[in-house]
Design a protein around this ligand. Sequence first.
Ligand code: AMP
Ligand code: MG
Length: 405
Amino acid sequence: MPTFEEARSTILGNVKPVGVERVAILQALGRVTAEDLLAPRDMPACDNSAMDGYAVRAADCHAVPLKLRVTGHINAGGEIPGPVTPGCAIRIMTGAPLPSGCDAVVPVEDTDGGRETVTVTAPVTPRQHIRFTGEDVGKGERVIPAGTLIRPPEISMLASFGMAEVPVFRPPLVAILSTGDELVDVGEPVGEGKIVNSNAFSLAAAVMESGAVPRIVGIARDNRESLRKKIAEGLEADCLITSAGVSAGDSDLVREVLAELGVDQLFWKVAIKPGAPLAFGLHGEKPVFALPGNPVSTLVTFEEFVRPALLKMMGHRRVIKQYLRAVLQDGIRKKQGKVNFLRVRLVPSEGRYLAYSAGDQHTGILKTMLMADGLAVLPADRTIFSPGEEVDVHLLSGGWEMTGG
Ligand code: AMP
Ligand code: MG
C-alpha cells in the first residue's frame, strides 16, 4: 500500500497538460501561459515625464531659486513641441513624451507654477523624474515566461503590449461518474434506503473551483453492464473521476470494470484515513481516479490527490495548497500506520495559528467538513497528539505551497 506522499507523487508523475488554446485576454485570467511571451517593443516606448511639471536643462538650474521662460506646453498624448532651449522650460504633464534638449523634469511642487515664466525653487539633478525608453521592459525581453499563472498584473502587461489573445493551457474536461444502486438524482423522490447522489455535485463543484470543466455522466448501477456503459462514456473525457464501489464490498465492481476497459491500475488503497480505498490508473494517458463513495472521503481525496493533478494538467507549477504550522488545541489519538486528515478550524492568535478540531471526525459526518478551514495532516507513524504541539495543516482554502512537477 503506497503512503500518502508516494501515492501523490505517482499521480503527479503521470499527468501532464492536455493541450493549448488561444483565448481572449480576459479569458486568460487564472490560466497558465503555454508559451514564452516576448515584449514586441520597448516599454515605455519613448522617454516621458513621470511628473506634472516642467521639462528643463539641469545645467540651467544650478543655483535655485531661478527663473526660466516657458516656451511651450505638452499634455500626455499631445504633440511634442520644439526643443527646450537654454534658459527655457516646457510645461509637461505626466506621461507626455519628453521634448528634445531637456534632461530633467521639475515637479510643479518645486516651482511657482508659472505659465509665462516659471521660478524653480528646489535643486535639480540631471535625469530626475524621467521614465526612460525601455526602462520597464526592453523589446524582445521574455516578459511572461511559459508556465506563468495569469493574474491581474500579467493581464496588465499583456494589455500594455496590445496582446488581445493569449496562448494558455486548456482546462481538461473531467467526467464525473457516481456508482451505486442506492443513488437517486438530486430532485428525485428519495425512497427508503436510497440516498441522493451528492458526490456528483460536490465533485463537479470542486472540479470547477480548480478551473477545469466538469461533465456529470450520471449514475452507474452496481452491475458490470451499467458500469461498462457509463465508464466507457466517462473515458471520452480528458480525465475520469468515479465515486464509490471501490472498497472490498460484494458490489464494488468499479476497479474490475475499469481494468476490463483498459485502465491500467497504478495503485489501489493508500495509507490514509479517511479515503483509503482510492484507486488511480491510466487509460492511455488519461488519468482515472476511483474515489471512495463516502462524501467526506470523496472530498478529502479530491483535495489531496485530484486537485493537484488537475492543476498540473492545466500547466500550473504550484499545485499543492499551502501547508501551515498550527498549534493543536485538542488531544488526538489515532491508529498507527496511516496518515490521518483531521478536519480543523484555524484561529490566528499572537502570530500563530491555533488548530481546533472541527468536531466529530467520523467519515460519515459531513458537517465537520463544512466547519473546517483545513486538514491537519497527522503522520502515519504517530498515535498520540497532545494539545500544544505543532501540526501541519493543509489549507482547504487560501494559499499555495510550491511543489515540483
Ligand atoms: P461504497 O464505497 O459504494 O460502499 O459507498 C460508500 C458510502 O458512500 C455509502 O454509504 C454510499 O451510500 C455513499 N455514497 C456512494 N456514492 C455516493 C454518492 N454519489 N453521493 C453520496 N453518497 C454516496
Ligand atoms: Mg456502493
